[in-house]
Design a protein around this ligand. Structure first.
Ligand code: ADP
Ligand code: ZN
Ligand code: ZN
Length: 738
């Protein structure tokens, strides 16, 4: 047997592996990830390396292959497991080992240890509320946030206050001096008891919740390790289920990773876990510095922390005995990495779980088609929560408004008459309103304001993209057409590039409701650190009547005083050049509808659209996931899109256009030479959304096949041939599995 070994993981060229022979005496102790000692170079100096692959075949003259000298570390460490995970990611997604290692291993960086770890309230809850109001009047918004949070709970970990609430030491110092709060050392917080009953806040689970937890626990204890999908409507108590399941796994002495998409990773969410599990919980988020993240990972490796909550990178927490991975809002796009390796956290979670003997629990109110399909096939265990956990919280009343009718009766504003009425009524009664644009707007496709049709590619059934107002282009097949003067379906002259920015909406809202206080939340207003939390808490505290925003405002935030949600143009996310746009639209609208009416005040959701018949919109309005799933699957089947088929995008880019064209032709030829089982479909090459960026030209080739493994083989084959190709060096090729 032979082993592929990487020598130095901090070196730039970690891509390079060296082959060694596994001596008989070591054979049963060496596996992928094992740290070994090997003779290296001409002098045969003993160096340490990690085994990243094992095989029977010698890659060169067996006589010249050296033997592994010994084993450097006992067993498989967290570190070595991450290294073999990186190797798997590199193979699967087509990146360099270097990129993969940089993804999974935290940057080593020491930070000064913070001594204080816990903020404790010394005044009563009512006094905290009063002080919060006082701080609000003085516009001390961080202080106000902290006091309001402390009115709910006696203590808040420093880490949560700093990272999730944007509270700094200069906020808390004067409060400590006034003896409103105390800062305590972290040892006070840490609870050595397994299962963490410190505060142990728990609710009595209902029947559906209990059945899930006991089924999971039974199977877990029998040694069954599997992937489950908790499909539960918004507010059905998924988080409570996760916490019970986590408790079960912690009691078996193992550790847990909880993935939550960044935008849903709010202070409220994090505090629920802290209240239940105390100091065993740690969080990471992307706003933290590399040093802070490293510190949290270190605490996990040392066993001080047993639950890591965070976005997709929390997967790479170096736990010694990971027993469970929870992935909330499994359908979120943020789980897919947009840089190489372009991995999907769901797939990595499932693979990592198989390495460590862990179970995976996915959860969503609107599962991805991938996950739900697997659940229906029995590959995932399906659990359903079909009722709201708190009986007093009602579903909102949802109404779809046809904007074509508005135009017909002469209303050209972005607010339908029904929405205007409802807004006036809310403003008069002091209730709050959220206006939601499901896309950051800019004119990027064309549609007809009379019949609602968007202009589509005749070959691909995706919307054509408007390029600088001059031509329409299909991003899947390259089809081009000039900008028409009239609607191709109904000949109406009212066709336009679609997409009004949130900024524009704000302007129009202020004009129409001059006395309303308006807040806007989008990429522009939240880019500064803590901007996100500032706006949300200002709105939660009633500092504005109307919150306007993109999808950020519909995630995981509870605003009890919001009784009206207006979706301004539901179609916006329906016409993107992405085959998943129907799915995204359904998810966003369902979530937006889930926002209003979470509490005693009943809510209303108004969805404005030019396409009331589209199933993504009508099913969301009816909160009918099953029906949406059935109709969307028909579309995927007809056009052979995932999950029916697997889709691999091959991106190539070059500063030299002729080289790019040559490379694309080569790639296409190699793929066409492939003769294997099943049907391979090849689309393109086509120009990328933005063909030329910084004088670099970009093209895409799409490959479709039912079998994922075949696409991986093809990718490996292309990788090998790219290395030998004449244009190598001039053309960069990247792979992306949809
Ligand atoms: P989801 O994660 O599915 O949106 P949550 O777990 O956040 O749902 O639950 C929604 C609300 O219902 C929360 O306020 C939660 O505390 C409450 N809740 C959950 N389960 C129960 C239960 N069994 N009894 C009472 N309240 C519950
Ligand atoms: Zn028309
Ligand atoms: Zn096309």
């Amino acid at each position: 047997m032979y082993a592929d070994i990487i020598i130095d993981i901090s070196h730039e060229k970690v891509d390079r592996t060296f082959q060694y022979r596994v001596p008989e005496s070591l054979a049963d102790r060496i596996q992928v990830g094992t740290q070994v000692e090997i003779p290296f170079g001409a002098g045969n100096h003993v160096r340490k390396g990690y085994v990243v692959g094992l095989g029977e075949k010698a890659e060169f003259d067996p006589g010249r292959i050296k033997d592994i000298a010994g084993i450097a570390a006992r067993g498989v460490t967290a570190q070595s497991r991450l290294i073999s995970l990186a190797w798997w990611m590199k193979e699967r997604y087509g990146s360099t080992m270097n990129q993969a290692l940089k993804t999974v291993l935290p940057v080593k960086q020491k930070i000064r240890q913070k001594e204080t770890r816990l903020i404790r309230r010394l005044i009563s809850a009512d006094e905290a509320k009063e002080a919060a109001a006082e701080a609000g009047r003085k516009h001390f918004s961080a202080r106000q946030r902290l006091l309001l949070a402390l009115a709910d709970t006696e203590e808040i970990p420093w880490q949560v206050a700093a990272n999730q609430m944007n509270v700094t030491l200069s906020t808390v110092k004067p409060m400590v001096e006034k003896k409103m709060i105390a800062l305590e050392s972290e040892t006070v917080l840490r609870n050595p008891e397994i299962g963490g009953e410190k505060q142990g806040v728990r609710v009595a689970l209902n029947g559906q919740q209990t059945r899930i937890v006991s089924d999971f626990a039974d199977r877990y204890d029998k040694g069954v390790r599997e992937v489950s999908l908790v499909y539960g409507i918004t507010g059905s108590g998924k988080t409570e289920v996760y916490m019970e399941i986590i408790d079960h796994v912690l009691k078996r002495g193992r550790q847990v990773v909880v993935l939550i998409p960044e935008i849903a990773l709010t202070y409220q969410t994090v505090m629920r876990f802290y209240r239940r599990f105390g100091g065993q919980v740690s969080i990471i988020n992307s706003r933290m510095s590399a040093g802070e993240r490293y510190d949290q990972f270190q605490r996990a490796e040392d066993g001080q922390v047993r639950i890591m909550i965070g976005p997709r990178s929390a997967l790479f927490t170096p736990f010694s005995d990971l027993g469970l991975i929870i992935m909330d809002e499994e359908h979120e796009t943020a789980y897919k990495s947009e840089t190489s390796p372009r991995y999907h956290a769901r797939e990595v979670a499932v693979h990592l779980a198989s390495m460590t003997g862990a179970s995976v629990v996915l959860g969503s109110a609107t599962p991805s088609l991938e996950a739900y399909t697997r659940a229906l096939r029995g590959e995932y265990r399906l659990y359903t929560l079909s009722v709201r956990a708190r009986p007093e919280s009602r579903m909102a009343a949802v109404q779809v408004i046809d904007l074509r009718e508005e135009l017909k009766s002469g209303n050209k504003s972005i607010f339908s008459r029904r929405l205007q009425e409802a807004m006036v009524q809310r403003l008069e009664s002091g209730q709050q309103i959220m206006l939601f644009m499901n896309r950051r707007g800019y004119a990027s496709f064309m549609s007809c304001r009379s019949c609602g049709e968007a202009i589509r590619c005749p070959h691909c059934d995706v919307t054509l993209t408007l390029h600088f107002g001059q031509k329409l282009v299909c991003h899947y097949c390259g089809h081009e057409s000039p900008v028409p003067q009239r609607c191709p379906s109904c000949t109406s002259p009212y066709i336009a590039g679609f997409g009004t920015g949130t900024q524009k909406i704000e302007e129009l809202t202020r004009k129409m409701f001059p006395r309303a206080r308006v807040l806007r939340m989008d990429m522009d207003t939240t880019s500064k650190k803590g901007g996100h939390e500032e706006i949300l808490s200002a709105f939660a505290q009633g500092q504005a009547d109307i919150l306007i925003g993109t999808q950020m405002i519909v995630k995981g935030h509870d605003f009890p005083n919001v009784t009206l949600v207006g979706v301004l143009a539901a179609d916006l996310s329906l016409y993107t050049s992405d085959f998943r746009c129907g799915e995204r639209t359904f998810q966003l609208l369902t979530q937006a509808a889930g926002r209003a009416g979470r509490d005693e005040l009943s809510g209303e959701v108004l969805i404005q659209t030019y396409n009331p018949e589209h199933y993504s919109i009508s099913c969301a309005a009816g909160q009918d996931y099953e029906s949406f799933y059935r109709q969307e699957m028909v579309y995927r089947e007809v056009l052979r899109y995932p999950p029916v088929c697997q889709l691999l995008a091959v991106f190539a880019s070059s500063g030299v256009e002729e080289e790019l064209n040559r490379a694309m032709e080569d790639l296409k030829t190699w793929v066409t030479e492939w003769t294997g089982d099943g049907e391979l479909q090849l689309i393109g090459p086509a120009q990328a959304t933005i063909y030329k960026v910084n004088d670099i030209y970009r093209k895409i080739l799409y490959l479709k096949h039912e079998n994922y493994d075949i696409l991986i083989q093809l990718k490996n084959n292309m990788e090998n041939r790219c290395r030998q190709a004449g244009w190598h060096g001039q053309v960069a090729v990247q792979y992306d599995f949809a």
